[in-house]
Design a protein around this ligand. Sequence first.
Ligand code: NAP
Length: 333
Amino acid sequence: MRNKIKWGIISTGHIAQKFAEALAILPEAELTAVASRTIGKVKEFAEKYKVPKSYGSYIQLANDPEIDVVYIATPHTFHLENAVMCMRKGKSVLCEKALTINAEEAREMVRVAREENVFLMEAMIPRHIPLIKKSLKWIDDGKIGEVRIVKASRCARGEFSDESRILNPKLGGGSLLDLGVYVISFVFQVLGKFPIESVGVSHIGHLGSDEQGAALLKFDKGEIADLTFALRTEAVNDAYIFGTKGYIKLHDLFAVPTKASLFVNKEEVEIIEEPIIGNALNYEAEEVMRCMKKGLKESPFMPPDESIKIMEVMDKIRKPWGLVYSNDLKYKN
Ligand SMILES: NC(=O)c1ccc[n+]([C@@H]2O[C@H](COP(=O)([O-])OP(=O)(O)OC[C@H]3O[C@@H](n4cnc5c(N)ncnc54)[C@H](OP(=O)(O)O)[C@@H]3O)[C@@H](O)[C@H]2O)c1
């Protein structure tokens, strides 16, 4: 592999722009091309972020032989189609969360990655934040005893237009896939295993998507996770890991924290404080490049099989809500 890794970005939306900013601080990364459905938007993006090549269609970027890895930043409904298109052209892929709309799609994406022997990872920032990794070491060191309960919230109070992808069911909108995915993924990161029971409730808003929800997961040794996620609610987004001897608090915003506290006998006995470098997306980009340079096709910190499990849990949670996305119907028969 060449020294610099050449990135392409699919879409010019909100997070695509943040990702371009993230790559700019990584010396081993080169943002080579960006693609949009609209030529005007892509030209503007390319100029702003100094991207040498801009394409007015996604397939043109997938066909560019110079590109090593593609960051997919379209609404979740298009992740499978976009990722498969790139992987079939031999590109590695970093795909935004939620990896897909449902587990069936996730299995298909992972199947293609393995068939093409390319790297694939879901973009899940908390998996790569050094402060989170360090605070989870308190568990390995026995500081809180056995983990019994994990409690986490990932809520945003947004003003979204009816057309925005955030609440639009046609674009996979809703709090579970947008933010619930973080808290579910976090529990897996903490416990390193998958639940034996998963239930959830939600409020379905006027557009037909889940504006907010909660999930309870139970694990084999009786551990329980209590999770909330919302798109129109101001909340404190801490995470707690409660054990038999003490507990860990990842302070708001737990998914990109700058402070973690260890409590024993209700006293704060240790604190880790650390700034986030860049806008945090750089951590996941670094992990992709680390893996690619080593020839790894999967990251041990966010393995594709785990992304499939996360989608399975989300499928299970939303089934009783009657919330069916058009992508779900493709797998009905
Ligand atoms: N990791 C994070 O912190 C984070 C944060 C926000 C979002 N995300 C994830 O990133 C993805 C994109 O989110 P976003 O907030 O960036 O969305 P966004 O601002 O709405 O941008 C989505 C982009 O996707 C492209 N697109 C392709 N087909 C589309 C369609 N039919 N309707 C609308 N857009 C379409 C558009 O780019 P072109 O017009 O240029 O083709 C659009 O600008 C989602 O999966 C989301 O969950 C992750």
